[in-house]
Design a protein around this ligand. Structure first.
Ligand SMILES: *Cc1c(COP(=O)(O)O)cnc(C)c1O
Length: 387
């Protein structure tokens, strides 16, 4: 079904930050399959892990013990300071688990109509529950009735949270992205998550972070909330967790970790040996190499170089970045830039109409950074001069 407006190119192989199409033309991937291939394409450790695992066992069932799933849960919990993990196959499913945790948490306290606060311009997925949570009318258009139990408030607005809590005694949780991805690379105040943590503690509400795009090293920490030295009650992951092998996870701690008991949730494929072998290889690689710190530096370098080249361009409204999550906001809609970049063999994305989003693989090298900075700055200059 034509659910995506596809670009007229298809790739047949990749290596690191490069991709090749059918004619053997090379492209620089500055999007990483939307924050999925953080370690680049055809990463040797991921390749080796899934080859090795596929010789032994792809799938049994969650009806049996799964050693790799347990190992992955342990490693994720260690690195996140969380207590338990539920595995699924996508971001939307990870958020479904989070929403079910919040609802059970409410129901168990006698709140039969629990409500979750989510943000305007947020994105949480395309299933009915997650699109109802999403703060974007375009995503919801034509899919009425939505699920009840969500209130949307402005992002990065602490008084709006306090107000929502005061006017609704059914609120049990807050679900928020540490940096809004689809919404336009929106970075909140440095202490936003700390203040949310404090509010959730005071009102016994669950703090649930959607780290599906920000997680696995993207923002310069393994998880974005580690910039704030806090621990949420729930954290959802997917995208880069398997570097391209589909896997999602919902991590929980404290009361949140006690909600989903035997028979209350499940997934046939969730956390199967193949997917877990890929995720374990990803975590291993991120442990061994100083990739995440490097990525934070590279992200800073890319945005400051682009800012330098475009400093006199009045149509560039703002350049924002957190690690390797970079947004360049223009004064006018610029969706065409995606095709213009493709013609120059560069893969980028435009989100929220006016924001160029780049999510390069963390392993991007200096030469590729140079190519990215020069090509993108030229493109933006040409594009803004046309108007
Ligand atoms: C991509 C994304 C999702 C949805 O993930 P899927 O794997 O496409 O279901 C949810 N939340 C955020 C923040 C995302 O970036």
């Amino acid at each position: 079904m034509p659910t995506y407006g596809r670009l007229p190119v298809s790739f047949i192989r990749g290596k690191g930050a490069w991709l090749w199409d059918k004619n053997d033309t090379r492209y620089l991937d500055a999007l990483s399959g939307i924050a999925v291939c953080n370690l680049g394409h055809a990463h040797p450790a991921v390749h080796a892990a899934i080859c090795k695992q596929s010789e032994k066992l792809l799938h049994t069932s969650n009806l049996y013990g799964l050693d790799l799933q347990e190992q992955l849960a342990d490693k994720l919990c260690q690195r996140s300071n969380m207590e338990s993990a539920f595995f699924c196959n996508s971001g939307a499913e990870a958020n479904e688990a989070a929403i079910k945790i919040a609802r059970r948490y409410g129901n168990n306290q006698g709140i039969t109509q629990p409500v979750i606060i989510t943000m305007e311009k947020s994105f949480h997925g395309r299933t009915m529950a997650t699109l109802s949570a999403t703060g974007n009318a375009k995503v919801q258009q034509g899919f009425m009735p939505l699920l009840d139990g969500f209130v949307h408030i402005p992002f990065n607005d602490i008084p709006a949270i306090e107000q929502a809590i005061q006017s609704n005694s059914n609120i049990v949780a807050i679900l928020v992205e540490p940096v809004q991805g689809e919404g336009g690379v929106n970075i909140p105040d440095a202490d936003y998550l700390n203040k949310i943590r404090d509010i959730c503690d005071r009102h016994q509400m669950l703090m649930m972070l959607d780290e599906i795009q920000t997680g696995i090293g993207r923002t310069g920490k393994f998880l974005a909330y580690q910039h704030n030295n806090i621990t949420p009650d729930v954290c959802t992951l997917a995208k880069a967790l398997g570097n391209g092998v589909p896997i999602g996870a919902c991590l929980a701690s404290g009361k949140a970790a006690e909600q989903l008991t035997a028979g209350t949730h499940g997934s046939t494929f969730g956390g199967n040996p193949l997917a877990c072998s890929a995720a374990l290889a990803v975590l291993d690689t991120l442990n061994q190499e100083d990739l995440i710190n490097e990525a934070a530096k590279k992200g800073g370098l890319i945005s400051s170089k682009i800012a330098e080249k475009l400093q006199n361009n009045k149509q560039v409204s703002e350049i924002r970045h957190k690690g390797m999550m970079i947004g360049i906001e223009l004064a006018k809609p610029c969706a065409n830039l995606v095709q213009e970049a493709l013609a120059k063999k560069l893969l980028i994305n435009v989100t929220n109409e006016k924001t160029i989003r780049i999510l390069p693989p963390l392993i991007i090298d200096q030469e590729q950074i140079h190519y990215l900075v020069n090509t993108l700055s030229e493109l933006i200059t040409e594009h803004t001069e046309q108007q």
